[in-house]
Design a protein around this ligand. Structure first.
Ligand SMILES: NC(=O)c1ccc[n+]([C@@H]2O[C@H](COP(=O)([O-])OP(=O)(O)OC[C@H]3O[C@@H](n4cnc5c(N)ncnc54)[C@H](OP(=O)(O)O)[C@@H]3O)[C@@H](O)[C@H]2O)c1
Length: 297
């Protein structure tokens, strides 16, 4: 496993990280969750991304691997969480000062750690909330020592503006072969601030493996894009998934690529790609040109 420095935090993070959204699913068997989380750490991954909004995810990290606390860095998110009314689960968005601090404090308890490594907003504050108040609350959590670092998980120019306006440490956003926009509209701003970059959806959910268009924009959007980029041709001899992950990791401003998985075999295979071998520059340029041809930029 190769490790990179997470911007101004100075933390050394595995370039292949782990996205713990999927293990928040209440229907995933507990023994499988425990197996996956331990496989993540055993494979050399030391960066785990979660959120208050990911169902059981935080509590399961606390339950199954908090005893291995010195082996990993955890980034969670606030601004929304899963609420329960009469046995029905629903997402609550709350960017009020009290809501932000309460959510972070609950994350500490669920994760079973006094000090979280990174807390990020799960998107930018909704318009009905006061930006200033919301960001001051996030920064206050850092002041209180509840978290070592703070950031935002958001994409696009508005996310870049937030990075330039607030003294944040990290930013999480999408970057992959099918979604290269952030290389132009976000990464330069983050670099200018010395911020750490956390890449979500780094393999674009492996959508090209699906024969039929998945329902909904979350998966359907990437599937549509995958139809117009010649992934197999660009990958050549290499398996497409390996090629796609290598493309994400080839960007010099990427610190860690958090891949979601419920499968220990997949976790180990993904880690195997982190071998210090970069894609040749002409291959990277070919993938960028194929993207520009379809989507501009
Ligand atoms: N707004 C936000 O802040 C936000 C939004 C989206 C995601 N995220 C974070 O980013 C993480 C990653 O995003 P994501 O999970 O949506 O997308 P992703 O990491 O690009 O793709 C995950 C999907 O790829 C599959 N996969 C992983 N490794 C594989 C392998 N070696 N072979 C075949 N399939 C493989 C997984 O299935 P298996 O379970 O079968 O391995 C899973 O369905 C999330 O877990 C979450 O932590 C944050």
């Amino acid at each position: 496993m190769e490790y990179r420095t997470l911007g101004k935090t100075g933390l050394r993070v595995s370039e292949v990280g782990y996205g713990a959204a999927q293990i928040g699913n209440i229907n995933m068997p507990e023994d499988r969750v425990e197996e996956v989380l331990n496989a993540v750490l055993d494979a050399g991954i030391n960066f785990i991304d979660t959120a208050a909004m990911y169902g059981q995810s935080e509590a399961r990290i606390g339950k199954y691997i908090s005893r291995r606390r010195d082996e990993f860095i955890v980034a969670t998110k606030c601004g929304d969480y899963v609420g329960e009314t009469d046995g029905q689960y629903h997402i609550v968005r709350d960017y009020s000062l009290e809501g932000i601090l309460r959510t972070i404090d609950q994350s500490r308890k669920k994760l079973d750690m006094d000090v979280i490594d990174i807390v990020q907003f799960h998107g930018l504050p909704d318009p009905e909330y006061d930006d200033e108040v919301a960001f001051e609350a996030l920064l206050d959590a850092r002041e209180r020592g509840w978290t070592r670092f703070v950031g935002v998980s958001a994409d696009g120019p508005a996310a870049a503006a937030a990075a330039l306006r607030w003294p944040l440490d990290t930013q999480e956003f999408t970057y992959n072969i099918l979604y290269q926009e952030s290389a132009d509209d976000l990464m330069p701003a983050l670099k200018s601030q010395g911020m750490g970059t956390i890449i979500k959806r780094p393999i674009s959910n492996a959508v090209w493996q699906q024969k039929e268009r998945p329902e909904g924009d979350y998966m359907g959007g990437p599937w549509d894009r995958a139809q117009s980029i010649p992934l197999a041709d660009l990958a050549g001899e290499m398996p497409i998934l390996e090629f796609v992950l290598r493309f994400t990791l080839s960007h010099p401003d990427v610190c860690t690529a958090i891949i979601g998985s419920t499968n220990p075999e997949h976790v180990r295979a993904n880690v195997g790609v982190s071998d210090g071998q970069s894609l040749p520059d002409d291959v990277v340029q070919g993938a960028k040109a194929a993207f520009r041809e379809q989507f501009g930029g």
